[in-house]
Design a protein around this ligand. Structure first.
Ligand code: SAH
Ligand code: SF4
Length: 382
């Protein structure tokens, strides 16, 4: 297990991050600096395609221009303060300190090609420091809300993962374990780290558009998944954005009584209203919806509850991901075992609802949402 800890940087010296600018604002700023418009495209490419760490290394730009950029802007404001890698090396988790000292987590999961699907590297990113929604099984939820992340802080996580992923691809090519020219980098992004993406709606959407940009990171919309606790107005708004992304709904229970026991948000947006919104979303976007269902032993994992869920989702174009819970420190829940998870899956199947059991990656490094921050706060405070 790798384990690096370093101290915080001086916030007052920090220049604004260039990653906060939209493509249009970047062009405006470049014109204001007396440069030609095409320089803005070159700069964009250096930032998001080449993922340059410093202005100095952007060799397509003139030296004086690079110097002016350096005086005006910083690039990333994220500082990696801890890195853990799982014993099978497929999963790594970074803890970042933001400019103002807040801590967030980003996870990278590596999947080998299995004959059906090609090699994948998925970045799991955060949209908020903390979360206000207080789900009882979630480490982030138990830590409370700190603040929304900016666009640059959201995209910055993917840029950092992209640097790691590209370096790994190149090492594999050099070692003859990957064909020449096959530098893939990050192939998928899931908004399943800390926080509720749709509670930070504007920055989440802007970040998706940057990730999606063909001259930058070029992550296809179909390779981006946004996971939400189920904020109905924002789900309906998202349906109108004309984005071909995947939507995952954290349902975790088939009825109001069970759901309200672990998810306070259910009092505001009850199950049936949420499912009605999902129907509207699916009708409008013609996209299948994913439901996340964390299996909590003796809480939501009985066969009757599976059948109830089957009836609830009947007629909706969807797929259910069953995830045995990653127990959190001091939390009351235990994981459902694989046999019970399979029975639950059988209950769904009776109603024709497809599902997959996802044994979570990175259990040995507390890869579950918010768990590293929880531990780091312990470490840093001792
Ligand atoms: N706030 C959003 C996205 C972040 S959480 C949401 O709730 O959907 C991403 C996923 O991790 C959610 O489905 C969430 O319910 C799940 N999750 C949270 N804590 C977990 C735990 N301890 N074990 C397994 N999954 C967990
Ligand atoms: Fe927030 Fe999602 Fe955790 Fe619930 S599961 S507390 S919505 S991050």
């Amino acid at each position: 297990m790798n384990h690096n800890v370093s101290s915080s940087s001086n916030v007052s010296l920090m220049l604004p991050s260039i990653l906060e600018l939209s493509r249009q604002s970047l062009t405006d700023s470049i014109l204001e600096m007396g440069e030609k418009k095409f320089r803005s495209d070159q700069l964009w490419r250096s930032l998001y395609h080449d993922v340059s760490e410093t202005f100095e290394e952007m060799s397509t730009l003139s030296k004086p221009f690079r110097n002016s950029l350096r005086e005006k802007y910083s690039i990333s404001t994220l500082k990696e303060v801890m890195l853990l890698t799982s014993s099978d090396r497929t999963t790594s988790k970074s803890l970042y300190r933001l400019g103002d000292g807040e801590l967030i987590e980003t996870v990278m999961m590596r999947y080998e090609s299995d004959g059906h699907r090609r090699n994948r590297k998925t970045a799991c990113i955060s949209t908020q420091a903390g979360c206000a929604l207080g789900c009882t099984f979630c480490a982030t939820g138990q830590q409370g809300f700190r603040r929304n992340l900016t666009v640059g802080e959201i995209v910055g996580q993917v840029i950092d993962m992209q640097r790691v992923a590209i370096a790994e691809d190149r090492a594999q090519i050099d070692g003859g374990r990957r064909s020449k020219g096959e530098v893939q980098g990050v192939t998928n992004v899931v908004f399943m780290g800390m926080g509720e993406p749709l509670a930070n709606y504007k920055n989440t959407i802007s970040a998706i558009r940057v990730l999606n940009d063909g001259q930058g990171l070029n992550i296809g919309a179909r390779h981006i998944t946004v996971s939400t606790v189920g904020l109905i107005p924002e789900i309906l708004k998202l349906a109108d954005e004309d984005l071909q992304i995947n939507l995952a709904i954290s349902l975790h229970a088939p009825d109001n009584v069970t759901r309200s026991q672990t998810m306070p948000v259910n009092k505001r947006y009850p199950v049936q209203e949420l499912i009605n919104a999902c129907h509207k979303y699916a009708d409008k976007t013609k996209r299948r919806i994913f439901f996340e269902y964390v299996l909590l032993k003796d809480q939501n994992d009985s066969i009757e509850q599976a059948q109830k869920l089957g009836r609830l989702l009947n007629g909706l174009h969807c797929h259910v991901n069953l995830i045995p819970v990653n127990p959190t420190a001091g939390g009351p829940f235990e994981r459902t075992d694989l046999i019970s998870a399979k029975s639950f899956q059988g209950g769904l199947k009776q109603y024709g609802i497809p599902s997959t059991i996802r044994m979570e990656k990175g259990i040995d490094i507390n890869a579950g949402c918010g768990q590293l921050r929880e531990r780091a706060i312990d470490i840093f405070n001792n």
